[in-house]
Ligand binder design. Structure first.
Ligand SMILES: Nc1ncnc2c1ncn2[C@@H]1O[C@H](COP(=O)(O)OP(=O)(O)O)[C@@H](O)[C@H]1O
Ligand SMILES: [Mg+2]
Length: 231
């Protein structure tokens, strides 16, 4: 379980409080208005923003002060953080070896990770020679090799067209289920939450709601979500 215990996050004048528990293996869509603190919340879980108060626990272990590289957390941003001058294989290899040196066994694992996300035969291309959806798959293959139990996606698929986005959400669902990952996915599209078909947390009005089943939540949204969906 991922537990956010009496968290208080500050950025300039902005304050966000969070006290929620997310079961291991959950798939959570995070919805809420622009500027409500969704990225702030993910940054804190990833270790890029230190809380002013409270603790972050994973399976009972306090990880509040653990640096990002040592956390049980992998993160994908909208730009996918791919290095344009490196091949797909080398970009993915960074998930395994941050220094980029791959031996034959590493290389085999990289090719396996690419096959897992439907990128057979793409290993020697550069990111610029891939579609947006394929670039997202490269980022997913890399986090697969990082082998961290929590996956954070901050509007990672927002730039994709609707059909490609549906495909990516289906792929991420299979990917997380196969590895027992706990997924937190920020999106501004309630349809993404419906397709992910897990839970929803709403970030609004300085707070974070407890995870609740997505379909039921969208069918009968709480006031904070109803206002956002209507806007
Ligand atoms: N580096 C920063 N310095 C000061 N304020 C910031 C910084 N980054 C974000 N904020 C403020 O924090 C609030 C939450 O931002 P953010 O978490 O990015 O929202 P969201 O991802 O929900 O759109 C916003 O009001 C934003 O203006
Ligand atoms: Mg954001």
């Amino acid at each position: 379980m991922l537990r956010l215990e009496d968290l208080l996050l500050a950025r300039g004048d902005f304050l966000l409080g969070a006290s929620v528990s997310i079961p291991r293996g959950a798939r959570v869509a995070i919805l809420g208005p622009s500027g409500a603190g969704k990225s702030t919340l993910l940054d804190a879980i990833g270790g890029f923003l230190a809380p002013d108060h409270g603790r972050i626990l994973w399976e009972g272990r306090d990880i509040t002060a653990v640096p990002p590289a040592d956390r049980p957390v992998a993160m994908i941003f909208q730009d996918n953080n791919l290095f344009p001058h490196l091949t797909v294989a080398r970009n993915v290899g960074l998930g395994l070896r941050p220094n980029g040196r791959l031996d034959a066994a590493d290389r085999a694992r990289v090719l396996g990770a690419l096959a897992d996300v439907g990128l057979d035969g793409m290993a020697e291309r550069r990111p610029a020679d891939l579609s947006g959806g394929q670039q997202s798959r490269v980022a997913l293959a890399r986090v697969g090799l990082q082998d961290r139990p929590i996956l954070l996606l901050d509007e990672a698929f927002a730039a994709l067209g609707p059909a490609m986005k549906r495909e990516m959400i289906a792929l991420v669902t299979r990917f997380c289920d196969a590895r027992d990952l706990t997924l937190l996915m920020v999106t501004h599209d309630p349809e993404d939450a419906r397709r992910l078909d897990g839970d929803i947390m709403v970030v609004a009005d300085g707070g974070v709601s407890a995870p609740a089943p997505a379909r039921a939540t969208l069918a009968d949204p709480p006031a904070s979500l109803a206002a956002y969906l209507a806007g």
